[in-house]
Design a protein around this ligand. Sequence first.
Ligand code: FAD
Length: 346
Amino acid sequence: MDVVVIGAGQAGLSAAYFLRRANLDHVVLDADAGPGGAWRHRWPTLRMATVHGIHDLPGMPFAEPDPTAPANEVLPAYFADFERRNGIEVRRPVRVHAVRDHGGLLRVETDRGVWEAEALVNATGTWTRPFWPRYPGQELFAGRQLHSSQYRGPAEFAGQHVVVVGGGTSAVQQLLEIDRHADRTTWATRREPEFFDEPFTPELGRAVVAKVEDRVRRGLPPRSVVGVTGLNLTPAVRDALATGVLARRPVFDRITEDGVVWPDGTHERVDAILWATGFRAALDHLAPLRLRGPGGGIRLDGTKVVADPRVHLVGYGPSASTVGATRAGRAAAKEIKASLSRRQAA
Ligand code: FAD
């Protein structure tokens, strides 16, 4: 096998498409039961009108969707169609546990057997690694704690006081939904939120990508796109700021059995805490390759890991968006083709 691709989200499918065009022998492995990558699991109330915008998979334009349709149905259908039309056979469900060096080849160990390859495209996204911060008293809380990845819609919070923690798009979108059903919502973020109020032009997009790229080139953990741009000041967000629905407080100091203690010492009763605190890259299976540097991140040159150029990370850092994922898949396939040709020639 020339290449193993792990993950069949936007990044992995794009890589598979270009590997096929480059005539490289490859296999695509995915842990999930069906197509769609992380989109299969987005909360049912996330509609196409509220996603930022989806970039095409290669060679197959994404048709203008019905804005009221749920993203967790539209995108999996689009991915399934893409796989079918391009003859991409994803082996699923196959979960990769570890990738090791084995006599110069990469040995990919899974719950369905072992593959060996010259090169690896890792496209495992972040969805399976939700980040939960730790706060004192968290284990005492008798109410409900959930991560934004577990949110299924606002109805279950009727009549409750819900604290939403986090300064990203998911925090804001989920809080605005919940606020229409709950008795009260409170928004807590570590830093004062920043907003941007300009069209998301290609120039702005490139500037954002350049900032995240610079971090991974220096071996630092990547930041999310919102971490770099700030929150998009949509009409709904503007309205919520004006009416006080979105009134940020600094995060509480500790959690008690029935509530939280704010930095000014006041205790408040809370029914649920929603941790919209983001994700980390799902890379545990790559630990045996020791790719992380002293900065805690993985240094990349393009998509190629500097510490082990056989390994490419796509959908990671600067390519963690649908546009970035598609481009990174193409770049990884091109680079692997060139490096395998160089090796064969040597
Ligand atoms: P994923 O779609 O997460 O795919 C990863 C795949 O890897 C999954 O199928 C998973 O099963 C598989 N996998 C993981 N671990 C293993 C393993 N160990 N073994 C085998 N398989 C494994 N971007 C935009 O451009 N526009 C948007 O509107 C937008 N909205 C977003 C909304 C939310 C709520 C979030 C969280 C993100 C959003 N993004 C958006 C970001 C965008 O979704 C991602 O950057 C992109 O879709 C990720 O694609 P991916 O292929 O890297 O990963």
